[in-house]
Design a protein around this ligand. Structure first.
Ligand code: SF4
Length: 207
């Protein structure tokens, strides 16, 4: 699901007068909208974006929008976020309640925000059933034989389906390109790699 690097490289540079318009998973900006009322940890790779005056960041938590905080955890059963949007897979909360409709509504709200704010790139929390863009769980994350799958969560899928580009907080190579677009003095770390290039990913998905 990784991004077209040509797109990233062709992104314009943000300026104070005309900042680069970025949509971010709200938890990645430090907002405590995770299922347990935390920010789901701290991701310096994403927080770094916030300190530049050359960006205009739109923050949104789709799960909070539909289900409030705190809330149960949820996962995708029977496919990816694209399949949930098609109606061939479901989002189920921990107790088995079907959250598919609420998640689709949240994805539509996120898409509306992306359109309204003329978003140029989205940076979203990977693994999430809503915001994941590279890897998500395949079914119940609490199962002792839990499995991952390559794919997007429902909200990332909605954005991608409508032409928006999404990277995750673990796509360090992509983020390095993004930093050069918002910070003229940034020296790109050419050794940085994206999530799909790490050893775990290659080994896990080669099985
Ligand atoms: S990953 Fe997405 S849905 Fe989950 S807490 Fe963060 S912004 Fe909200």
């Amino acid at each position: 699901m990784w991004i077209d690097y040509n797109y990233l490289n062709s992104l314009r540079s943000g300026t104070i007068e005309n900042p680069l318009r970025i949509l971010m998973s709200a938890c990645l900006t430090g907002l405590q909208c995770g299922y347990d009322g935390t920010a789901n940890g701290e991701y310096p790779s994403a927080l770094k974006i916030l300190k530049y005056p050359t960006v205009k960041v739109t923050k949104f938590c789709p799960e909070e929008f539909s289900f409030g905080t705190p809330r149960a955890m949820c996962d995708i059963y029977g496919g990816t976020g694209f399949d949930v949007l098609k109606g061939t897979a479901k989002i189920l909360a921990e107790d088995g309640t079907d959250w598919s409709d609420g998640m689709i509504k949240a994805s539509e709200k996120m898409l509306a925000l992306a359109i309204e704010n003329k978003i140029e790139i989205a940076v979203m929390m990977d693994i999430s059933a809503a915001c994941g863009s590279q890897v998500i769980y395949a079914g119940n994350r609490f199962d002792e034989n839990k499995k991952y799958q390559i794919g997007a969560g429902v909200c990332a899928a909605q954005l991608i389906k409508h032409g928006f580009k999404v990277i995750s907080q673990r796509d360090y190579k992509s983020l390095e390109i993004l930093y050069t677009k918002i910070d003229a003095s940034h020296t790109k770390n050419v050794a940085a790699i994206d999530h799909h290039e790490i050893g775990w990913y290659k080994e896990y998905f080669s099985k």
